[in-house]
Design a protein around this ligand. Structure first.
Ligand SMILES: NC(=O)c1ccc[n+]([C@@H]2O[C@H](COP(=O)([O-])OP(=O)(O)OC[C@H]3O[C@@H](n4cnc5c(N)ncnc54)[C@H](OP(=O)(O)O)[C@@H]3O)[C@@H](O)[C@H]2O)c1
Length: 259
């Protein structure tokens, strides 16, 4: 089968220091993509992603931006360094995100601000900065949302709200940009094996029951590789007529009557 990516393709993946973002970079590299911008706050994590990237594709070149994506300067640096090095942008994967436990009654407004300042605002800013370049390459965007954007879950309302807003951003932007040849799609994972749940601040025992309920319904967690496969498909020429799609990758949980 032909590689679905041209050799000059340039891919930006936010939150590529771990989990789904890191797996996505590696999957792109396995498919022959050579030029990347990887970014996050964790320098060691980014170094690990870079080493694995070069192992699977020795030709791979990589811009590394270390910084907090909530800081607009980081978004600007991601775009300027990528364009300075490679002269183009083909694919933007808005993957960085945080998940925090807390009810509307108890969680402070600071938690609302933190979630929206990472899960939503930088997605919009980075997208705005990338659009002129994506227009030139007829490129595409994939946003990493969640089934929590499609269905309410108790005690994570701010997270659900951030992902619901992200889904509407995906659809609205797809509608705005289709005539310019830019496609915008979303992956909406269920429970995927990463560390995100361990950093959420669940009270003792709650994370285990949260994950156990998922296992009871679906039978297992998803893998980062399964997410990466879908992200790659949506980014590729093989998905050339897929636009504004909200694609659940959750083993079927969302359509279960036990959801
Ligand atoms: N795992 C799941 O079950 C699941 C389910 C639904 C949706 N998702 C979504 O999948 C995406 C990736 O999460 P993951 O599961 O792969 O978890 P993860 O391993 O914790 O990855 C999160 C990534 O986001 C980056 N990030 C977080 N806050 C940041 C900040 N302020 N500035 C810059 N980068 C930041 C992290 O980088 P640094 O730590 O280096 O800053 C990390 O690379 C998220 O958007 C999440 O909402 C995950």
């Amino acid at each position: 089968m032909d590689t679905p990516f041209d050799p000059e393709t340039v891919v930006i993946v936010t939150g590529s220091s771990s989990g789904i973002g890191a797996a996505t970079v590696i999957k792109f590299a396995e498919k022959g993509v050579n030029r990347f911008c990887i970014t996050g706050r964790n320098e060691q994590g980014l170094q690990k992603t870079k080493e694995e990237l070069v192992k699977v594709n020795p030709k791979a070149e990589c811009v590394v931006v270390i910084g907090d994506i909530a800081d607009p300067n980081t978004c600007e640096e991601i775009v300027s360094k990528t364009v300075d090095k490679f002269g183009r942008i083909d694919t933007l994967i808005n993957n960085a995100g945080i998940f925090l436990y807390g009810s509307v009654r108890d969680a402070p407004m600071d938690q609302f601000d933190s979630i929206f300042s990472v899960n939503l605002r930088p997605v919009v800013l980075l997208t705005k900065l990338c659009l002129p370049y994506l227009e030139k390459t007829k490129g595409s965007i994939v946003n990493n949302s969640s089934t929590a954007g499609l269905k309410s879950f108790t005690n994570v309302s701010y997270y659900c709200m951030s992902k619901a807003a992200l889904d509407m951003f995906t659809r609205s932007l797809a509608a705005e940009e289709m005539k310019r040849g830019i496609r915008v799609n979303s992956v909406n994972p269920g429970i995927i094996d990463t560390q995100i749940h361990y950093h959420a601040g669940f009270p003792e025992g709650k994370m285990e029951s949260w994950l156990a309920l998922h296992d009871e319904i679906v039978g297992r967690h998803g893998t980062c590789e399964e997410l990466a496969n879908t992200i790659l498909f949506l980014s590729s020429k093989q998905a050339s007529f897929v636009n504004g799609a909200i694609v659940t990758v959750d083993g079927g949980r969302f359509c279960s009557n036990l959801v």
